[in-house]
Write a new protein. Structure first.
Length: 640
């Protein structure tokens, strides 16, 4: 809601950006074709997605496009047999893509490694063989606690290749958060690294793994594979820990690709919800590959010569879809950078664009806001003329960062594509194509085959200009198959929050008269910190586990760089006094519980917390006071 004012004024200004004529001529999908896709998808969505599925390779075609007999557990392409890795790698080895670069990796110190499709294919096969040698079989879970390294991509693909289910835990999560996710996933094997480079320093990772695995709960993990990146000394536990290099050395360059049912799970990825327990979102081979391939190739207009760079960490859904699977399915070249965007200076990203001739650059608004602060002298030092498309994702982008990015990075020529999607949607849902009209701050329209709407609490469609809840009315191929081990929660949180059976995205949005969508923020108790979801409940539990804290309430407050940050209101236990020392200690404690992802902006001590008669903490009252607005303005956010 925070950017409401700014968006409103812009909205009134009606600034519209049109693509250059040359771009429209060269686009893979021109405006007439996009209209035709929209019409076809509206009339017969299943035929639309069936055509998209036909663009990929299947071991056996589906019996049915969509089985809707047990909503909300929709099954895409039942009867179909495939493997996403066959489409992301194996099939390219038979074409001119074989010797094309699949992956360009740049380490923070400036070292780099490049893999052609053939080289990546072989590396994946060797690690797939290693996983099999360690006893990993179809359906087993493989956890990755990895920085951005080529081996991260390799391990994801190798797991999927043998039918195992990968589950990445972002390396910025604490050992405790890692342990919780390992327990939930039931992972048998964990892939990690000795450490990585970040901001000129070596960050050690292996000791955090040892900490997470100490104790009975994590006993299911019987093997740990360690990638040697920094050569720091690490302790290796005999019989449990293996060096990656030792494992792959004697493996073969060929390994069979497991034949999967379309609905077999591909990966599990945890995200925050309104309760203290993160949800393990499941995606499957068939639907995910079809949805991601179609939307990524359409939105980013992938050409054979592109070099595609999405700055996300592989540990988030953006990394899964837009760093690894999407670009490789499309047969393009994907870029991965290990380190900090400001190392050694605030031009590192522009340096990388220049060095490799990146053509498509996709990032989060937080990054743009941060780089904007350093000034235009940094991008000006570099040749950014290879760029042809820009994209953002993860949070609403305000008009100012939009314009800065568009002008100073995109030369006022490159379309800036604001894409709306989620961990649960797997693929881009609302987004422009390069040929679309753009309004800064709007994610424009639903993609063909996606039926989105803005509704009130009762599920009634709202007229343009009115804010409400974003819903998706029809199933889409890359939709989550469920929450691991909790069908009920999946049904309740996504399909029963609003009457009518539509998918509830958890966002507040509005439509304008032209049918453009404007996303305004989360509708639930989830913060969006630097484009990452952190649940207030998780933060409150982390505060609550400190001995000084009796009760905690956390709200999101605006932050100039991260978009949103957490502000905590705490009632202390008897005998504790609020002090700056305690504040420091609390911040350290919460960081230890959740990891650096939990950005705390302020801590305020109080005698009591505002509550409803039924005892629920009224966070919106705290938030309204914090933002100096009338709490009545926020009633829509009230989830009671
Ligand atoms: C939430 C999903 C897959 C993207 C990375 C985040 C917010 C996402 C936009 C956008 C405004 C956006 C929403 C959404 N969000 N894209 N273009 N404009 N807000 O994935 O962690 O699953 O979070 O990110 O609030 O619900 P995620």
């Amino acid at each position: 809601m925070d950017q409401n004012g700014a968006l409103d004024s812009l909205f009134q200004e009606e600034r519209v950006f049109r693509p250059l004529p040359q771009l429209v001529i060269e686009a893979n999908v021109n405006p007439q074709e996009l209209e035709a896709y929209r019409r076809q998808a509206a009339q017969d969505p299943l035929a639309y997605w069936e055509e998209a599925a036909d663009e990929l390779d299947w071991f056996k075609k589906w019996d049915q496009v969509l089985d809707e007999s047990n909503p909300p557990f929709y099954r895409w392409f039942p009867g179909g047999r495939c493997n996403i890795v066959y489409n992301a790698l194996d099939r390219h080895i038979e074409t001119a893509n074989k010797n094309k670069l699949a992956l360009i990796w740049e380490g923070e110190p400036g070292d780099n490694r490049k893999y052609t499709y053939y080289e990546l294919y072989r590396a994946v096969n060797r690690f797939a063989g290693a996983l099999r040698s360690l006893g990993v079989a179809k359906g087993d879970r493989v956890a990755l606690y990895m920085p951005s390294l080529p081996e991260t991509v390799i391990a994801m693909l190798a797991s999927a290749k043998i039918g195992a289910v990968h589950t990445l835990v972002f390396a910025g999560f604490s050992p405790k958060a890692l342990r919780e996710r390992l327990r939930d996933s039931g992972a048998r094997l964990l892939v990690t690294a000795d450490g990585f480079y970040r901001n000129g320093q070596v960050i050690q990772l292996k000791p955090l793994v040892d900490e997470a695995l100490a104790g009975a709960e994590a006993e299911r993990v019987d093997s740990v594979v360690v990638v040697r990146r920094t050569k720091v000394d690490v302790e290796m536990q005999d019989g449990r820990d293996f060096w990656y290099d030792d494992l792959v050395r004697n493996e073969r360059n060929e390994a069979p690709t497991e034949v999967m049912e379309a609905g077999d799970p591909l990966f599990l990825l945890h995200t925050s919800g309104a309760t203290g327990r993160p949800k393990g979102i499941l995606h499957s081979h068939g639907g995910y590959m079809v949805g991601v391939h179609r939307t990524l190739t359409h939105v980013f207009d992938i050409k054979p010569t592109d070099i595609f760079w999405c700055t996300a960490d592989p540990g988030w859904i953006t990394g899964h879809t837009a760093v690894v699977y999407g670009p490789l399915l499309a047969g393009t070249t994907t870029v991965l950078y290990e380190g900090h965007p400001n190392y050694p200076q605030a031009d590192r990203l522009w340096h990388i664009v220049d060095k490799y001739g990146v053509t498509i650059f996709y990032t989060v608004p937080t990054m743009i806001r941060m780089l904007m602060r350093f000034g235009v002298q940094y991008p000006r030092r570099h040749d950014l003329s290879t760029l042809r498309l820009l994209g953002t994702v993860g949070e609403p982008i305000g008009p100012e960062p939009w314009m800065w990015f568009y002008k100073n990075i995109g030369r006022s020529e490159c379309p800036l594509l604001d894409t709306w999607w989620q961990t649960e949607t797997g693929m881009f849902m609302l987004a422009p194509l390069p040929i679309s009209l753009l309004k800064p701050g709007s994610v424009t329209k639903p993609l063909p085959g996606v039926e989105a709407d803005v509704v009130d609490r009762d599920g009634n469609s709202l007229p343009s200009g009115k804010g409400g809840f974003l819903v998706i009315r029809r199933p889409w191929p890359a939709m989550a198959a469920g929450i691991l081990g909790d069908e009920e929660r999946f049904r309740r949180e996504y399909y029963e929050a609003i009457p009518g059976g539509a998918y509830f995205a958890g966002d507040v949005a509005k439509k304008d008269e032209d049918g453009f969508f404007w996303i305004q923020g989360r509708a639930d108790d989830v913060l969006n910190i630097a484009g990452h979801r952190v649940g207030t409940a998780e933060l409150e539990a982390a505060f609550g586990s400190h001995p000084a804290v009796c009760e905690a309430a956390v709200v999101g407050v605006p932050d100039a760089i991260k978009g949103e940050a957490a502000k905590a209101f705490l009632v202390l236990n008897p005998g504790f006094q609020g002090s700056t020392d305690l504040i420091q200690d609390l911040k350290r404690h919460v960081r230890g519980e959740l990891g650096p992802v939990a950005a705390i902006k302020g801590i305020e001590f109080r005698e009591t917390l505002p509550r409803t008669r039924s005892g629920k903490i009224m966070r919106r009252v705290l938030k309204a006071r914090e933002l100096n607005v009338d709490p009545g303005d926020l009633t829509m956010l009230d989830q009671e």
